[in-house]
Write a protein that binds this ligand. Sequence first.
Ligand SMILES: [Zn+2]
Length: 1026
Amino acid sequence: MAIDHPRHRTRLSALLLVALWALAESKYIAYNTTQRIVADKLNVHIVAHTHDDVGWLKTVDQYYVGSNNSIQGACVQNVLDSIIPSLLADKNRRFIYVEQAFFQRWWRQQSDEIKETVKELLSSGQLEFINGGMCMHDEAAVHYIDMIDQTTLGHRFINQEFGIIPRIGWQIDPFGHSAVQAYLLSAEVGFDALYFFRIDYQDRAKRKDLKSLEVIWRASKSLGLSADIFTGIFPKNYEPPPGGFYFEVNDDSPVIQDDPLLFDYNVQERVDDFVAAALSQANITRTNHIMFTMGTDFKYQYANSWFRQLDKFIHYVNKDGRVNALYSTPSIYTDAKYALEESWPLKTDDFFPYADNPNAYWTGYFTSRPAIKGYVRMMSGYYLAARQLEFFTERNSSGYTTDSLADALAIAQHHDAVTGTEKQHVANDYAKRLSIGYSEAEKLVGASLACLTEPTSSPGCYKMTTKFEQCPLLNISYCPPSEVDLSNGKKLIVLVYNSLGWKRNDIIRIPVISESIVHDSEGNEIESQLLPLADATVKLRSYHVKAYLGISPSITPKFWLIFPVSVPPLGFNTYFVSSTKGKGSVASVSTFYSSEESDNSNIKVGKGKLKLLYNVKDGTLTHYLNSRSLVKASMEQTYSYYAGDSGSGSDPQASGAYIFRPNGTFPIKPEKKAPTTIVRGSILDEVHQQINPWIYQVSRVYKGKEHAEVEFTVGPIPVDDEIGKEIVTKITTGMVTNKTFYTDSNGRDFIKRVRDYRSDWELQVNQPVAGNYYPINLGIYMQDDSTEFSVLVDRSVGGSSILDGQIELMLHRRLLYDDGRGVGEALNETVCVDGECAGLTVQGKFYVKIDPLGEGSRWRRTFGQEIYSPLLVAFSIEDGGDWTGSHTANFSAMDPSYSLPDNVALITLQALEDGNVLLRLAHLYEVGEHKDLSAMAYVELKKMFPARKISNIIEMNLSANQEKAAMEKKRLKWNTEGSSGVETIARGGPVDPSKLVVELAPMEIRTFLITFDYISFAKIGDHWNV
Ligand SMILES: [Zn+2]
């Protein structure tokens, strides 16, 4: 999206050419566009570009075909169609194209002849792919694994189809910029530079003064200068410079009129405008190279109307001679900067939060549309697991693939998708695509699991007898496959798959209709707990099943059946649920009502090492105690809301989809008569609290876990008082935290934040809350001199520490005004049943833990992976017979004696179409983050793939479109002001093909293309060999 650009003066030509008219002759002018860089002049690099949002006001397909034009006259097909003849008309013209989601739609519709032409234009460099992911992903509300996946998808397509490797990061529109984008998705991808424009307006002003809009960004503490990236921040926006240079057919900038026989001849005037714009930009830029970004959103739909003018500008400006204008691209511009061997200012950390005005912090979108954000995250973890299963059972063997989920997830990372800044109908489109992609992946997963469990007597996946079903709506307790009558002696088969590279002990919960018990695959009854479904849960379930599936479920489950599972790495285990009228152990339920009485005693919750204390008088949380670590802390948790500013005051800025502008904060007090219900069982205790009529909360303390889990259900947020509301929860401790807290960058590195402070400039504080909000994808934590307090999240949210010792998360927002950044709608999500609509209800979880200082990172990293990759649970029914006797009940793809080191995660295992396998391993710790785990890690591939022989292994760059060694060879080495450039950086060494051990240094992600000698179904004895 772009902000409306200022209207340009329509200038009346003052030139009086009447006298000349009689003498002049009108004829063909051959515009000279051949100009290249001139060393001793100011070089103006004209970069012709279009910014094509992969969905925003219209859906991705509507933008592509050019439908729904009453919303926005935009047709990407026109852009790509018209670019080709325009480039052919003059070989000096150049154009860059970015969004592969659009390009791929167009490409598959082209004739062989056009395809051949495009290939020639690409190889001559007239057409250049920039960025090259499926979309221009957001940088705040996205997880690094999704960023990698969507970039890989685009980059590999470009490489396979054209043999081309994009050189430049072009994140021109995202609303703030992350460290992970800089060091990981730029430097580690092999980009030579990264360009964008949205940084804080105060930061920009200072950088213009100091000529420091172009920097070397060293965003990783661990990888240091080995992951530096040259970064250019545009002075104003990604549009043409001020002075009237917009040339779409209906734009109103003055065109160059150079025919003396016609009125309004204006060549000199326009040349003066161009030179003035160039000198003004040169004033704030180092070196004699500046870039004019000639284009903006959905421009070049009739490309010739731009190129005609750009030809003339180049011709006449160069004739004028004051500056040198040339057709260029960001690659040519970058090479020109590099060739000068300048030293550039150093930038560390990131560019969050982003404000474009004193009351306009773009920190609302960190939370906007929390349901979509949750859905994207859930699909992301599922996609990772599904690709593993696709690999185990051979790609395409079931007729299903993960490709459609991959595409849907890729475009959902767009900066107007997961951000929540699109129109409602577009948000619905993203959700629909995810749902379609999920359905296919679900079939693939079901078939793969059936295949892997098949009777050993009939190897192969061709006669699968078992049908595995899954429950994507388990979060609202809807799971038809588990809500079955088992009184006839049938058993419910529960298969639990673990996509992590470590063995995992966890607790799962499924809804059942009667008292049940659980056996493991060896036939032993295991501990289980039955927990009555709360009324609030049942209500939520029936309402949303009606809303989303259009049906009213005929049965209502009575209990959650809860039991512990133990699952090997990259493998599954199987459990069996059977009915036992009256034999199951039902959790005891006790309810107390807050009273006016002055009873200040506490109730203790939790049977393991962690205990939470609640005040009997009002049901509030008071203390957090851990008997193992001896942490003992006061802890309070409250809800409150910010009233969204309506923009009716002197500054018309409203709080909206992008912007968070609070107008007062209001505590939400638990209602006097609201009961606090405590449910106690052998595996976990739960505290249920109806905070107010539209906030319900369940806090869980598991016997075997040392963190608390909080499940919130917020909505419908009432707006009858015509006040939009942004709901937050605050967790308050007595810690002395000196304004300091830490938030993650795209779920990866943690960055230090200091309230009301920026390291790059003297911050003028206008918005003491909104201006201290940061995006959170993994978690937020703070420390004092003895403990650290961490909160982890299940989706991206905004959060902060507005008071010392306190962490707050924004959970949901419902607003009534548009915030003026183009979307043109208030962020007011609803859900409808039978034509009656109510505000959207959002359910999610966060996790809370206090550790002794120095111990918190292990939980954040390990449990963070568990949140990202929840256990995948699939169901079937044992139809008589002896399942375990005839099926594979336990499986691990890895050697039984092996698991990945504690500090390494498997983030990609994917069978590619060409038969090769893509493998990515990630070190989970930063340098100095943990005393033992921030060390070099070693992964033994032979033990990861014990039954397959690796015949070839090639290390690739992050997006797997070139060999790592080739990328490193090409890497530009920039000079940095005040940096010696002799830092020692740890990196894992090359992989010896005979030993096959991968070394990973802190925060390293290493990507490999592996060829196995065979990928086939071979069953030896009882074990699958994959
Ligand atoms: Zn955009």
